[in-house]
Design a protein around this ligand. Structure first.
Ligand code: G1P
Length: 298
């Protein structure tokens, strides 16, 4: 079985849901506590054994490329100013020289098109795909769990979670087949099915291990849901000749592409932090009490 060495992280989206903040900052640079959303995706990739990250970017995303580069003046100032801890953190988080590649999507034609833009950099080997808006929260990252299944089953692996049946129109949904280890065989996939048309309530949560044959299918993929070139549609075609497995994530994802999910992620990650948890717990408790008192008064 071929080792999964590279991960694709698409970061070309406009982030219109976070305007005006995203007028001059890529949405992937918005912080959850004190780290940009995209840093969580990169940490998760390296935790899962990935060696090289391919970012699919677009215009006005230079901040991401700069963020993953060295910052000599800043490092010098931190060192000189006795800020060893911050200095160490920045050093630890930085991918090594040559471990990142940036390529551009050029036109917002959909997730399938964004993944296809990475084809030459990936070449003829299996690869991981991380949708960075979905921030993984759990004892281990979601990609590491998906990789456990891949290492047993091979083929293609999609991480999933359960959602309410009224929410299936927001996601790609997979059909549930025979159990295999900690996952199950995928019997079908549909992108954003209307209520009542979904094969199950298992939604694709933004982590994939895919075989390179997906690229030839993406090249000829017609537009699907929302008028976009959909990855799920190409996966359906690939499933005619290759196996797909699903891995239910034992943690949970926060959808940081939505305001609610982003706020929830900030609170959850802050509560889990040793240096902040107790303080944030009290702050949130006070806010809730104030909020309830005001609601009662109104
Ligand atoms: C994409 C995928 C969808 C998946 C979702 C997870 O949709 O196409 O299958 O469930 O990400 O966030 P998007 O959110 O880009 O519309």
């Amino acid at each position: 079985m071929n080792k999964v060495r590279k991960a694709v992280i698409p970061v070309a989206g406009l982030g219109t849901r976070f305007l005006p903040a995203t007028k001059s900052i890529p949405k992937e640079m918005l912080p959850v506590v004190d780290r940009p959303v995209v840093q969580y995706a990169v940490d998760e990739a390296f935790e899962a054994g990935i060696e090289h990250i391919v970012f699919v970017t677009g215009r006005n995303k230079q901040a991401i490329e700069d963020y993953f580069d060295v910052a000599p003046e800043l490092m010098e100032t931190l060192r000189g100013g006795g800020k060893a801890e911050q200095h160490g953190t920045l050093e630890r988080l930085l991918p090594g020289a040559g471990q990142t590649t940036f390529t551009r999507q050029q036109a917002p034609l959909g997730l399938g098109h964004a993944v296809w833009c990475a084809r030459d950099v990936i070449g003829n080997e299996p690869f991981a795909l991380i949708l960075p808006d979905m921030v993984s929260y759990g004892a281990r990252g979601c990609l590491a769990e998906a990789m456990d299944v891949y290492n047993v089953s091979g083929g293609n692996v999609i991480a999933v979670e359960e959602c309410d049946l009224t929410e299936t129109h927001k996601y790609g949904i997979v059909g549930r087949g025979a159990e295999i280890g900690t996952g199950f065989e995928v019997t079908g996939m549909v992108e954003k099915p209307a209520a009542g048309k979904a094969p199950s309530n298992f939604y694709i949560n933004g982590r994939y291990v895919l075989q390179p044959e997906i690229f030839a299918l993406l090249e000829t993929q017609e537009r699907g849901a929302g008028g976009e070139i959909q990855l799920t549609d190409a996966m359906v075609r690939l499933s005619a000749s290759q196996k797909f497995y699903a891995k239910p994530f034992s943690g949970r994802m926060f959808d940081c592409g939505s305001k609610e999910g982003f706020i929830e992620a900030n609170v959850a990650f802050a509560l889990a932090r040793r240096d902040l948890g107790d303080t944030v717990h009290d702050l949130v408790g006070n806010l809730l009490r104030d909020h309830e008192t005001r609601s009662v008064a109104a």
